[in-house]
Design a protein around this ligand. Structure first.
Ligand code: C2E
Ligand code: MG
Ligand code: MG
Length: 575
């Protein structure tokens, strides 16, 4: 680490006395940068302060980041000479900046003018600067107003320093210091808020600097340990980890306890991250897993980075305790998408209504519409559609399927009632809904509330769900059927069950999977299977529905093989 020269030490202590670093945005500063950009006709204007190793940006127009390293900052040249305005009319002609990353890359600095922010002691703590992406001279008409703004800014900073000193004096006279809000009392680590602010800044830093890393550290077999320990002992155990984890880190790293039993650390040099993670997982006598992610300037915000670290952590845990896994967008992308979807779903709960489309199911002999199937059409907050299968899988994974399923049923019933439709309404039911005890009561309650007869409703259950169901589920199905609800087996033939085994279960109709109507298998085989299925189903008193009828040929085939009903794009797309 470089040694700090005495003058620089004084400058840093002056800077600290203003209590300005890492403060929230303030309108006055925003106004000054807006004015500076306007009076000089520059696209970019910045107020920044030079900390020991970083340039911290208090306010800026058109600058995507809030911090840079000291190395890459232009400001370091400005503060070196507190009495002079720094003017660079064309960075391409200046040896210091020709190959500079902020010149060759974003934000493509071409012309630069900066006024040092000088303290009464004559030290420069930061600068007010403007940047243009075109080479240009800076005239007195540009520089005079800029200097006036810088003077106003310095006057304000002095007032602020006085206020901060008075506050400090008042604080020291107080009998007992208030507990520090930036420290977590149980672990003595920086508070969650402070950590998130630090992470947010780190994530936003761009430029040529060694990337940092974010680690998510979690105690394994949590439930087993926690239940064995009891809440107080558990709390003590987790708190006792804090100093030991801290001991594996360097001063520049930041550690916090972000969730109940999950610690997060920012390691300020990615090269050290694997070593630190390994040391952590070895040094402590409780089983830990570590998920890591490189903070390489590619994250949208702190949340984004935390999410990736969490995904890596889950993958590490799947490998068993003591593993360290780095997030890999290629390998873990799908898992991450699922977490994002979980969160969106959770945020959307409780659902009042669910977006559904409807597709007709038609009598093959008469062409009359028999019923309509409700199909889920979920649009994510980012405007993209997600397939119903993906959404249902996510809802099942997040334990939200009973709620989502109820909302679907309620929405579909409400619409059906409002249309006063004489057709049946078909609704798909996930195994997670069937699994819930008393499922039939939920259905009856919804029908009752929406004023719909059980005779108007069909529930579709996939073949695999039916095969895996137990006596309680059969009880529910019997109760529903007794009241008039029709039960159909969906996607029949796609799983591994046989009609022989399924015949033990109570249901009214079979929907033959669309792979038999328009699949890749030879036509003769598909026809033979459909024919045999229809024959057996009819012998058992079941109706048969052909899914996926897209063409007149499909229709002729399904009708010719004896299917009773059909569904597919030929009759109508879901709408
Ligand atoms: P499913 O219940 O077998 O629904 C029929 C699927 O086939 C629908 O896809 C429909 O759009 C599609 N389809 C209909 N006719 C044709 C055709 O002629 N050709 C082709 N290629 N496809 C056709 P979708 O809407 O994407 O739904 C897929 C699956 O997602 C459904 O299969 C169902 O298992 C599930 N799903 C949809 N909505 C819900 C829901 O509200 N709850 C539950 N639990 N699952 C749902
Ligand atoms: Mg269906
Ligand atoms: Mg189906």
């Amino acid at each position: 680490m470089t040694k700090v020269q005495p003058r620089e030490r004084r400058r840093l202590s002056e800077l600290a006395s203003y209590s300005i670093l890492d403060t929230a945005p303030e309108e006055l500063y925003e106004q000054i940068v807006r004015l500076a950009a306007r009076v000089t006709n520059c696209p970019v204007a910045v107020i920044s302060f030079m900390d020991r190793d970083r340039q911290w940006i208090k306010a800026a127009v058109n600058l995507p980041y809030r911090e840079t390293t000291r190395e890459v900052s232009f400001c370091r040249y400005v503060i070196a000479d507190p009495n002079r305005t720094m003017i660079v009319p064309d960075t391409h002609l200046d040896d210091r900046f020709q190959a500079h990353p902020l010149v060759t890359g974003e934000p493509h600095v071409r012309a630069y003018a900066a006024i040092p922010l000088r303290t009464p002691a004559g030290l420069a703590i930061g600068s007010l600067c403007v940047v243009d992406t075109q080479a240009r001279p800076f005239t007195p008409d540009d520089l005079e107003p800029l200097e006036m703004l810088a003077q106003q800014l310095c006057a304000h900073l002095e007032a602020r320093r006085t206020a901060a000193r008075l506050q400090r004096d008042a604080d020291t006279r107080k009998p007992a210091p208030a507990p520090r809000r930036d420290i977590d009392t149980s672990t003595g680590l920086p508070s969650r808020k402070l950590f998130l602010e630090r992470l947010e800044r780190t994530v936003r830093v761009t430029g040529a600097m060694p990337a940092c890393a974010l680690l998510a550290i979690e105690v394994d077999r949590t439930r087993y340990l926690r239940d064995g320990a009891g809440p107080a002992e558990w709390e003590r155990l987790i708190a006792s980890l804090a100093p030991r984890l801290r001991g594996c880190l360097r001063d520049q790293d930041t550690l916090t306890r972000l969730f109940d039993d999950t610690f997060f650390a920012v390691i300020n040099d990615i090269e050290r991250a694997p070593g630190v993670a390994g040391e952590i997982s070895r040094a402590l006598d409780v089983p830990l897993s570590v998920g890591a992610v490189a903070l390489d300037g590619k994250h949208k915000n702190a949340d984004d980075a935390i999410q990736q670290a969490n995904v890596a952590l889950r993958v590490a845990q799947e490998h068993g305790a003591g593993h360290v896994i780095f997030f890999d967008p290629q390998r873990h992308g799908a898992l991450r998408d699922r977490y994002v979807l979980y969160r969106e779903l959770r945020a959307a709960m409780p659902l009042r209504s669910v977006p559904l489309v409807y597709q007709p199911i038609v009598h093959l002999r008469t062409n009359e519409v028999h019923s309509e199937e409700a199909l889920l059409r979920w649009i994510r907050p980012n405007g993209n559609a997600v397939s119903p299968e993906t959404l249902v899988a996510a809802a099942e994974g997040a334990d939200l399927m009973p709620q989502l399923g109820e909302a679907i049923l309620r929405s579909a019933c409400r619409r059906h009632k409002s249309l006063q439709s004489t057709r049946r309404l078909s609704v798909n039911i996930s195994p997670r809904q069937f699994g819930v005890a008393g499922f039939e009561h939920t259905v009856f309650n919804i029908l009752d509330a929406e004023g719909l007869s059980p005779r108007a409703l069909t529930l579709e259950i996939t073949e695999t769900t039916m095969m895996n169901s137990d006596a309680a589920v059969i009880g529910s199905l019997n109760a529903l059927r007794a009241a008039g609800v029709r039960i159909e087996i969906d996607d029949f033939g796609a799983g591994f069950s046989s009609l022989g085994r399924l015949s033990h279960f109570p249901f009214d109709a079979l929907k033959i999977d669309r792979s038999f109507i328009s699949g890749d298998a030879p036509l003769a085989r598909r026809c033979a299977i459909i024919e045999a299925t229809v024959a057996l189903a009819h012998r058992l008193g079941l109706e048969v529905i052909a899914e996926g009828i897209e063409t007149e040929e499909h229709l002729r085939m399904a009708a010719g093989l004896g299917c009773d009903l059909g569904q597919g794009y030929y009759f109508g797309r879901p709408a």
